[in-house]
Design a protein around this ligand. Structure first.
Ligand code: RAM
Length: 360
């Protein structure tokens, strides 16, 4: 919390700088669609390069799934994400996962990384309970386990959080309330029912809704970070609740599907969509008024920070004790909070006035 004011001032500037950088790069990142992507540096194992950090570490980045543009941006070299940071630090980086955002798809990638001699795992948890035995086995072997994006609190050393969990949930309700004048039926289009981040955010949304007695949450549906499923569950919502006024979708895949469905239906102009989306995918829906405002952070910065946190931890430069600090390259200094987590910054609100400044 000590950092919050500094971050509040800093985040838009970083996003603007990052967007300019990303705009200059070609569009596609590494890792989409395949089972793994690698970037390696040619340094020797165990050597001490920048600031006493180990080099030559085998670091595996294991997002919820591959093919999700959010994770491609968070992880890839081209966007300046986790693999870019690891390459700069002289580590060997591999992005790997399944193609579905499910534990059944993600766990084999975790197990394979352990078998291949991983020194560190950077994981976005599809399901903390299902992943825990594998993550605990990794930690028992001395492997550094850092979660990012979606936590597995009982079975990792550190969590790199994109923004305050409470602030994300609360601010999404506030954004929608403003658009629908504090009144009417609303629904949530989530990702997977087992995802830690989704469930925590939804918990805070429900608390915040108590401040808006005329807004009624009628349903929460799950699109599983799959465009087809997210489209179908949104269509189902509109059929079952013809008086719906708003949808909150705290997933980049879900918000896009929801905005597309509403835009091409008779509900355009009647149902407002908000949540967490990437600016590139949502520009069209900000312009047509279906999603006037939504939020996110820079996913590339999240991956970059997670990489620095993992390498500092694996190099024994930090522990997970509150107050431990390290420098994450271009992002500057970060401090471990009282809950073993490191906070990137507050979410940023995109709207008509600013969205064209962003390219990710
Ligand atoms: C989706 C994923 C991810 C979430 C983002 C906002 O891509 O569900 O976990 O953090 O959206």
């Amino acid at each position: 919390m000590r950092r919050s004011m500094k971050r509040a001032l800093w985040a838009p500037a970083v996003l603007l700088v990052a967007s300019a950088t990303l705009a200059a790069c070609s569009s596609s990142g590494s890792g989409s669609g395949g089972s793994s992507a690698s970037a390696s540096a040619s340094s020797g194992s165990g050597a001490s390069a920048s600031g006493g950090l180990k080099t030559g570490l085998k670091v595996f980045i294991i997002p919820k799934n591959l093919g999700n543009p959010y994770f491609t941006t968070a992880d890839s070299v081209k966007s300046g994400g986790a693999m870019a940071a690891l390459s700069t630090l002289g580590e060997t980086a591999t992005e790997t996962s399944g193609t579905a955002a499910t534990p059944a798809s993600q766990i084999p990638a975790l197990q394979a990384a352990i078998t291949k001699g991983a020194n560190a795992l950077i994981v976005s948890a599809t399901d903390p309970s299902a992943l825990c035995p594998t993550l605990k086995a990794a930690m028992a072997k001395g492997i550094t386990v850092v979660t990012y994006d979606s936590d597995a609190p009982a079975c990792r050393s550190l969590f790199v959080n994109q923004a305050s969990t409470a602030q994300i949930g609360t601010s999404e309700v506030d954004l929608l309330a403003k658009e629908i004048h504090d009144s009417g039926q609303i629904a949530i289009v989530s990702a997977a029912a087992s995802a830690t981040n989704q469930n925590q955010w939804i918990g805070y949304m429900k608390q915040q809704l108590k401040k808006y007695p005329k807004m009624k949450l009628v349903s929460t549906v799950y699109g599983n970070d799959d465009p087809t499923t997210a489209t179908q569950v949104t269509q189902g919502l509109l059929q079952h609740y013809p008086n719906l006024k708003g949808i909150i979708s705290p997933t980049t895949v879900g918000i896009l599907a929801a905005a597309q469905v509403v835009s091409s239906s008779k509900y355009k102009g009647k149902v407002i969509v908000t949540g967490l989306g990437t600016p590139d995918s949502m520009k069209k829906y900000v312009a047509n008024g279906v999603a006037p405002a939504f939020e996110l952070w820079n996913p590339a910065d999240l991956g970059y920070l997670a990489a620095y946190a993992a390498v500092n931890y694996a190099s024994k430069k930090i522990t997970n004790a509150a107050g431990q600090s390290f420098t994450a390259g271009k992002l500057g200094k970060f401090t471990v909070g009282s809950d073993d987590s490191i906070l990137l910054g507050p979410p940023f609100v995109f709207n008509k006035a600013n969205i064209n400044n962003f390219n990710f």
